[in-house]
Design a protein around this ligand. Structure first.
Ligand code: SAM
Length: 265
């Protein structure tokens, strides 16, 4: 194939992924809006609403009732999901205790998130913290310590996705929730044909024109192509030990993206 990343060995992949996100960190929002025609914002709002962060947690010991949720937002980069979750907890559930740790492998993405956080009420408060870490290995995070683990448009870039899922399982408390939103497989054949055309021709071109970086966006398209189907990914979540609620996933916009959930027993 003529695509740049296909023959990259696994060992080199991690640093290449790093380069991709360093180069897109500042243009990240504009690109997302252009590529998804703004729809990623609606998906993110929906994702957070469906998790309803900050609701009182049932069957917690009495002393822990008012402590809010301990949320770990993996690959949280620019803070997009973290700020939404904190807004939801504060404004919808009147919970001012829930806190989010944004964890990302890339220092440039974290710097961008920290910069953006200065415009939020959570800047410099115990409700928001930043950690640089690889999601596949997080020895600094204790086992059974997290109420909600989120990973949004992140896991498809991980080298060892199963390792990251196992690590999610370890850090969650029993009863804790794993929630992932990721690009997935479009279910309708005709729509899929249109979508693939958009991905493989429009997105690298937009990347070239807007960000001056065709290769990074080419890589993003390829990583979407390679990511497992809804059912395969659900199987990986199960394999990590999670219980699967209901069907286990929800398709968004015909399967362009999907939300997967798991519960630690
Ligand atoms: N969640 C944010 C959003 O939806 O706007 C950012 C998603 S961004 C497309 C993907 C992020 O995954 C990047 O910030 C990248 O640095 C991070 N990432 C890639 N590999 C990672 C790994 N192994 N561990 C943690 N983060 C990783």
């Amino acid at each position: 194939t003529h695509f740049g990343f296909t023959n990259v060995p696994e060992s080199e992949k991690e640093s290449r992924v790093g380069a991709v996100f360093s180069s897109v960190a500042s243009s990240y929002d504009n690109m997302n809006d252009l590529m998804s025609l703004g729809i990623h914002r609606l998906w993110k709002d929906h994702f957070v609403r469906s998790l309803n962060p900050g609701t009182p947690v049932a069957n917690r010991p009495p002393h822990a009732k008012d402590q809010g949720w301990n949320i770990l937002d993996i690959a949280g980069g620019t803070g997009d999901i973290a700020f939404r979750m904190l807004d939801h907890a504060s404004n919808i559930n009147h919970d001012l205790q829930t806190r989010v740790t944004i964890s990302d492998i890339n220092a440039d993405m974290l710097a961008e998130g920290r910069k953006r956080s200065t415009a939020t009420p959570y800047y410099n408060t115990p409700r928001l913290s930043f950690v640089e870490a690889n999601a596949e290995h997080m020895p600094h995070i204790p086992s059974d310590s997290v109420d909600l683990y989120t990973v949004v448009f992140g896991i498809r870039n991980f080298t060892d996705k199963q390792a990251a899922l196992n690590e999610a399982f370890r850090v969650l408390k029993p009863g804790g929730v794993f929630a992932c939103m990721e690009f997935s497989k479009v279910e309708n054949g005709l729509f899929d044909a249109v979508y693939k055309r958009w991905n493989f021709s429009a997105i690298p071109l937009i990347g070239q024109i807007v960000a001056g970086d065709r290769d990074s966006y080419q890589y993003l398209v390829e990583s979407i192509e390679r990511f497992p189907s809804q059912e395969e990914f659900r199987g990986m979540i199960q394999k990590a030990g999670f219980l699967i609620p209901g069907k286990g996933y929800e398709n968004l916009t015909g399967g362009i993206a999907a939300i997967h959930k798991g519960i630690k027993p």
